[in-house]
Ligand binder design. Sequence first.
Ligand code: PMP
Length: 421
Amino acid sequence: GELGPTETAMVERRQRLLGPAYRLFYETPVHLVRGEGVWLYDPDGNAYLDTYNNVASVGHCHPRVVAAQAAQAAQLATHTRYLHDGVLAYAERLLAHFPAPLSHVMFTCTGSEANDLALRLARAATGGTGVIVTTNAYHGVTASVAECSPSLGPGVPLGPHVRTVPPPDARHGDPGTTFAAHVQAAIDDLARHGIRPALLMVDTVFSSDGLFADPPGFLTPAAAAIRAAGGLFLADEVQPGFGRTGDQMWGFQRHGVTPDMVSLGKPMGNGYPVAALVLQPAVIAEFGAKARYFNTFGGNAVAAATAMAVLSVIEDEGLMANAAQVGATFRAGLAALAARYPALGDIRSAGLFLAVDIVTDGQPDPARAARMVNDLRAERILISATGPRGHVLKIRPPLVFSEDNAAFFLDRMEVVLRRQG
Ligand code: PMP
């Protein structure tokens, strides 16, 4: 595809105005002006099937969410230092979705801030500073979490108190035992450097490591290991949370473990910046005695109203069940394609979060994955690739994705595979 004159000018303006650190998706960037449900539209009215954006989890511009947001914006938009029922009603509604020990929620605007707050709380509660994350983890943009985010690459060095462990990959031995052994080795290495552990922080489906969700239960021994060493366990639910995995609201639930803290973000406001840290009261006892917390925009009245509407839609439209059902047929369709096209390797999934390894002669082929992402974009299907080598197709559509949408995706995918030969 050729970039039109408007888009060519926009690319130049971005570089000039936004500077050199921003990156666009696709060799031919997509210019969007409107979204509705699972569809995104360019200025010429062309529709793109969104199989990537987990933020607009209940569908782009969901009318109920937009109406709740607009009504609250027209009524009152202020912060959490006044009494307002909205943030309390939402807190009650949200916490009802968690195991009883997780009984406080603190509001932020981004997942990064939620993880940043978690680091502060963990340090205060444990007296330690050490942090353990996975090899290709991403936990956010602040200085403290960027140095716990190895997926940002060698240009963003890890902190001296940070250790990495390989993700629990069921293809390499029993993932529960192996993952716990790696966590223990990291704890021991921190100890050799005189560093006490504060936090084991993991995305509970290991999104940026390439998606590892099975078998259920594999997180339990690692959580026990960090706690035995005096540290805390944080479930980063920014990607898997709010029903995406199909069976349950949160990714940690499939492993039967209750985290000390849980960070939430992206889909929480369906595009409005609202995020949170859910925690066990013991975690904040030390911090709360000494420090205060105020986040100007976090949990403001509009954020609370928006997030409340999102939860209502997830429940009323049965989106968790939809994620489970459509996710299963989508996965079966991918497996059927993989049986005929050897470029499709291992398939992993949890609800409407699916990953396919792109391989040549059984070996990871990141160049081919990149070609597939760009070829699918030419077919007006939006998707991305992930994993440490970038060879894992990442399929993560809004939860309102239908069987028909999955069939359309598979049809276009086959066109691309056949053309690539
Ligand atoms: N944790 C995970 C697992 C994420 O995927 C992200 C965002 N990609 C974040 C944290 C940071 O969230 P935000 O961009 O809202 O700061």
